[in-house]
Design a protein around this ligand. Structure first.
Ligand SMILES: [Zn+2]
Length: 124
């Protein structure tokens, strides 16, 4: 059972509510609600000095929001030579087959034409 925090009206301590079933013979007649620190018995549920839950734990915080951070927008990312159909990689250089010149994978180009689904081969 969840611990219930109280601020005891008797001893003044921040403690926990202690619930003890009260029996009359074999029949449960109620619960004795007492301070776990000093043992003071509260007369009723209404008399319990519940500690105010001002600092209730927040299980859903900013950390649960989307952390999606995109360094490049989709458009920027896709217009660089690395993703261009004319981008050719061999062990010695990265080459643009459209402009017949050496390029860098991060270069961008106005004649960019997107690769359909084939990713650029890694430079090994
Ligand atoms: Zn107490």
């Amino acid at each position: 059972m969840k611990a219930v925090e109280i601020v005891c009206t008797c001893c003044g301590a921040e403690s926990f509510l202690h619930r003890e079933p009260v029996y009359e013979g074999l029949k449960k007649t109620g619960e004795e609600l007492s301070c776990s620190a000093c043992g003071f018995v509260f007369k009723s549920e209404a008399a319990i000095p519940f500690k105010e839950q001002t600092s209730a734990p927040e299980f859903f915080t900013d950390a649960d929001r989307s952390k999606k951070v995109e360094v490049f927008t989709e458009g920027e990312n896709k217009r660089i030579c690395r993703y261009c159909a004319d981008y050719v990689v061999n062990p010695f250089m990265q080459f643009c087959s459209r402009h017949k010149k050496e390029v860098q994978s991060t270069d961008s180009c106005p004649q960019f034409s997107p690769v359909s689904d084939k990713p650029a081969k890694p430079l090994i």
